[in-house]
Design a protein around this ligand. Structure first.
Ligand SMILES: NC(=O)c1ccc[n+]([C@@H]2O[C@H](COP(=O)([O-])OP(=O)(O)OC[C@H]3O[C@@H](n4cnc5c(N)ncnc54)[C@H](O)[C@@H]3O)[C@@H](O)[C@H]2O)c1
Ligand SMILES: O=C(O)CC[C@H](O)C(=O)O
Length: 335
């Protein structure tokens, strides 16, 4: 069988923690497929290039068969050249005691520069996932500065929140995580996000579907401690590790891009931050808001027509409000 042409995959923040767990997943074929060769474009800032070279030495020592070429650079114009996929990880993580606002001030500028570079040199079909926090608003900034690339190509990572929610539900219901489907993350990758199980199901080995509500049988938990635990899980990891989540974040980035590349399964949806156009679930236009989506042939479509309870509506409003405020602050910073 003829070998596939390599695709160009950029990972920013290549010297950092998340990249260290993410790169092996890409190189083993866990993201783009086990038959898909990759040219890796690794971007970091100038002082980190020594570390990036060490990472490249290790990648070489792994002898990954799918790696065709590796380019290491501190120049976004080189990193994004002809890119098919861009994983924008590089940004400062929050440490204990830091506020979200502090991160916006520190990181928004990075995404202005990278958006402008993507605009000039990446393929117009490039699939971008923004991981660096605040991920939703950084995705918005990236897209603002890349006007020649369709807004549909910019997404923010909320897959980690989805995985956290599925794992918590699975544990509570006494089932395997793989059985928990269609949990939705609405809104911001922050403590206002709304992990919604009102449409979620547990699928048994014979294909029977039971609502999560029924399987868990504890609405007070689902409406209370469960939501809080998902919303604050990132902070809990920082408190315990004294470092931001990295292994789980890398797995989530890989899963996010894998589903974008290969599509969602029949009857299933996944959540990601997408640019709003004002026509879905009453959420205002112009923010990157996590929604349930299906994906076919690389095209992301928001799942429409889900019934939204008053409880859900209130939670969605709160996270929408936070994103609108972040948007205002960010656009002032990068103007
Ligand atoms: N969305 C999510 O679910 C999620 C989950 C975990 C972490 N994060 C975020 O991901 C980001 C990275 O986390 P980490 O633990 O890998 O951090 P890290 O500090 O270990 O690594 C970040 C890397 O980015 C690099 N960097 C900084 N500015 C850059 C620029 N302009 N261009 C390219 N690279 C640059 C740094 O030099 C560093 O090597 C943080 O903002 C963190 O908060 C998001
Ligand atoms: O900074 C935070 O509170 C969260 C860090 C990271 O995004 C995560 O979800 O683990």
């Amino acid at each position: 069988m003829a070998q596939k042409e390599p695709i160009n995959v950029c990972v920013t923040g290549a010297a950092g923690q998340i990249a260290y767990s993410l790169l092996p997943l890409i190189c083993r074929g866990n993201v783009f497929g086990e038959d898909q060769p990759v040219n890796l474009h690794l971007l970091d800032i100038t002082p980190m290039m020594g570390t990036v070279n060490g990472v490249i030495m290790e990648l070489s020592d792994c002898a990954f068969e799918l790696v065709n070429k590796i380019v290491a650079t501190d120049d976004p114009m080189v990193a994004f050249k002809d890119c098919d996929a861009a994983m924008l990880v590089g940004a400062m993580p929050r440490r204990e005691g830091m506020l979200r606002k502090d991160l916006l001030e520190k990181n928004a500028g990075i995404f202005k520069v990278q958006g402008a570079a993507l605009d000039k040199v990446a393929k117009k079909t490039v699939r971008v996932v923004v991981v660096g926090n605040p991920a939703n608003t950084n995705a918005l900034v990236t897209s603002e500065f890349a006007p020649s690339i369709p807004k549909s190509q910019f997404t923010a990572l909320t897959h980690l929140d989805q995985s956290r929610a599925r794992a918590m539900v699975a544990e509570r219901a006494g089932v395997n995580t793989s059985q928990v489907k269609n949990v939705i993350i609405w809104g911001n990758h922050s403590s206002t996000q709304y992990p919604d199980v009102e449409h979620a199901v547990i699928v048994s080995a014979d294909g029977a579907r039971t609502s999560v509500k029924k399987a868990v049988g504890d609405e007070a938990w689902l409406h209370g401690d469960f939501i809080k635990a998902v919303q604050t899980r990132g902070a809990a990891v920082i408190k315990a590790r004294k470092l931001s989540s990295a292994m789980s974040a890398a797995k989530a980035v890989a899963d996010h891009m894998h589903v974008w590349w290969h599509g969602t399964k029949e009857g299933e949806f996944t959540s990601m931050g997408v640019m709003t156009d004002g026509s879905k679930y009453g959420i205002n236009a112009g923010i990157v808001f996590s929604m349930p989506v299906t994906i076919k042939d690389g095209v992301i479509s928001v799942v429409e027509g889900l019934e939204i309870s008053d409880f859900s509506r209130d939670k969605m409003r709160a996270t929408e409000h936070e994103l609108q405020q972040e948007r205002e602050t960010a656009l002032k910073i990068v103007q």
